[in-house]
Every structure is written in C-alpha cells, then in structure tokens.
Design a protein around this ligand. Structure first.
Ligand code: NI
Length: 167
C-alpha cells in the first residue's frame, strides 16, 4: 500500500501536472489512492499526497457514515463558486492538526472520470469543502495556508517539534 506523505515533505508544495491520457496507470493510481484514503480513514486524497504530481483526486464523504460513494476526478477545476462557509478541516498529510478554514459555500467542479467522460459536480457543505481542499493540494496548497500567519506559525512549530521528537 502507498504511503501518505507528511508535511513538510517538499512534494506537497509542488504543482501537479495535468493528466493527458486517462490510461490504466491513472485508473490503478486512483484505486490505490482510494485504498489509502479508506484505510486512513479519510474523506479525500489528492495524488501529490502519495507522491504523484498528477491532477487526480478521490473523495468520499459518505464513507464515515457507512454510505460509501467514491468520487474520482481527473484534472478537476473549480469553475464557479459562491458564498462563504467556515468548517473545521484536517488533512492526512498534517496528522493531528485541525483548524477552522473559510471557503466557498457552493462550488461547481468540472473534470473527467476514469472513462474520460466529462464530469460536473455541484457541491455544497462538506463536499464543497473537501473538493476545494483536494484541488488546493494539486496547486501545492495546504489548508493551513488559509489561516492567519500567527496561527500557521504556531501549527508549523508544533509539527516540527513533533517531527524532531520522532513522535
Ligand atoms: Ni489534505
């Protein structure tokens, strides 16, 4: 099983490349990402988090409540957004860190599924947050980047300290 890269791994800060052909390798990677996400457990994962700088995300907000519905999006883009919403977020690449982040309340996301069919997802609430969070990963952006400088510095100090202590 693939490992989840943990902050401050440098690949988490890189921009991911557009997927040019949705072939068997992309489908296999999506499957491996879903496996890692369910095992964690988490509700979303972006390819850079497993060390692949490709524009691919998986999400499943139904999973924790036992209604799994896997979303796989290739080359996802937020094409419309409106409103604002504050929600507490975490990230599998920032274990133990949670903080409230402000994002758009509703988004329209476009991308492709694994059969190269165009996909459109209109999302609000938790799904809107997860999609924005995962698409951020494709730009090398983490949820802590949305926090105030002060708050981010505190979190980074705590993470580095924990890393030094090998915990
Ligand atoms: Ni994340």
């Amino acid at each position: 099983m693939r490992e989840i890269l943990v902050y401050p791994h440098p690949l988490l800060r890189r921009r991911a490349e557009e997927v040019r052909e949705i072939d068997g390798g992309v489908a296999r990677l999506a499957g491996e990402m879903a496996e890692v996400m369910y095992k964690a457990p988490g509700i979303g994962l972006a390819a850079p988090q497993v060390g692949e700088l490709r524009r691919l995300i998986v999400a499943d907000i139904g999973h924790p409540e036992g209604r799994p519905e896997l979303i796989v999006l290739v080359n996802p883009v937020v094409v419309e957004s409106e409103g604002a919403l504050r929600m507490e977020e975490g990230c599998l690449s920032l274990p133990g860190v949670r903080a409230e982040v402000e994002r758009s309340a509703r988004v329209l996301v476009k991308g492709y599924d694994l059969k190269e069919r165009p996909m459109e997802i209109e999302a609000e609430g938790l799904l809107a947050v997860v999609l924005q969070h995962e698409i951020d990963h494709l730009e090398g952006r983490l949820f802590i980047d949305h926090l105030s400088r002060l708050k981010r510095d505190m979190i980074e100090r705590r993470l580095r300290k924990r890393l030094r202590e090998g915990d």
